[in-house]
Design a protein around this ligand. Structure first.
Ligand code: NAP
Length: 267
């Protein structure tokens, strides 16, 4: 029973095992906590060991689920190998990594594009290739890729993100429909602005470029959001947990916006 005295929805995930990449902070952490709340045991990853261990300890204390950690850069082949060795057979994969740096379309060279493709397209592709065959063999699996609203509506300063995430979206669209018959769903979850370190860094950069205060920059940004605030990692995590649920088994190859309605589009 929840606080309102109503039956809470059971997502049927108790005892499943999830790898949540880039999850010591922000949206990845939100997904990890929501899955832990559903009784899912976790493998968490981030580069910085200190924040990673602190997050893992808090999740163990709060939710009582087993949590393993791998401090590694998920965007490198060596880092992925370390993570995959610990992850073993997981039922749920949440792909995530830091977003590419902002800039101007004339500035990016081949190396910048390759780095963005490595981090935000080829890393999730490699993780899907490594883990989905096992999920298919076992007849059940869920993959959620944290992408961006930039897939639906480009962000001018984030051309590297617009490009790399569009590539991943195309791969997922084709692949999700080839694996769904085995009980494995692959979907993308598209964050709009959420209250994390990433958005705070972007607000600071834009405030400096415009010569205004960070508070004014944030207020200007929020004025364009129908809900009038940033999303929270908890809300984002709840959407992720639902997409992982038994109830979401018929949602395949979709791109789900969590943005407070900020992308102004009919569909
Ligand atoms: P965040 O608050 O900065 O958190 C990033 C997390 O990822 C941290 O735990 C970080 O830990 C880890 N991480 C970063 N790079 C990594 C790497 N190479 N290998 C392993 N772990 C790594 O960011 P966020 O806001 O949650 O954003 C998550 C993703 O969503 C990003 O790709 C971002 O571009 C995208 N996004 C965010 C928003 C938003 O408003 N927040 C909107 C649209 C899209 P370490 O630094 O210790 O590795």
């Amino acid at each position: 029973m929840n606080n309102a005295g109503e039956m809470a929805m059971d997502f049927g995930l108790r005892g499943k095992r999830a790898l949540v990449c880039a999850s010591s902070k922000g949206l990845g952490r939100g997904c990890a906590e929501a899955l832990a709340g559903e009784g899912v045991s976790l493998v968490l990853n981030a580069r910085g060991a200190e924040a990673l261990e602190a997050t893992a300890a808090e999740i163990r204390d709060r939710f009582g689920v087993p949590v393993e950690t791998v401090a590694a850069d998920i965007t490198t082949e060596a880092g992925r190998a370390e993570v995959l060795a610990v992850a073993g057979e997981v039922d749920i994969l949440v792909t995530n990594a830091g977003g590419p740096p902002p800039g101007t379309w004339t500035d990016w060279d081949r190396d910048d594009f390759i780095a963005a493709l490595d981090a935000n397209m080829l890393t999730p592709v490699a993780l899907i290739q490594a883990l989905v065959p096992g999920m298919m063999a076992r007849g059940w699996g869920r993959v959620i890729n944290i992408t961006s609203r930039a897939v639906k509506a480009p962000l001018a300063a984030l051309g590297l993100s617009n490009s790399a995430r569009a590539g991943l979206t195309g791969f997922v669209a084709g692949t999700a429909r080839q694996v769904a018959h085995s009980g494995v769903t692959i979907n993308n979850l598209l964050p709009g602005s959420h209250d994390t370190d990433r958005i705070r860094t972007m607000d600071a950069r834009n405030a400096e470029l415009k010569g205004i205060s960070i508070d004014t920059q944030k207020a200007q940004r929020l004025a364009t959001n129908p809900v009038g605030r940033d999303g929270t990692p908890e809300e984002f995590g709840a959407a992720c947990a639902f997409l992982c649920s038994q109830q979401a088994a018929f949602i395949v190859g979709q791109n789900i916006l969590a943005d407070g309605g900020e992308v102004n589009a009919t569909i």
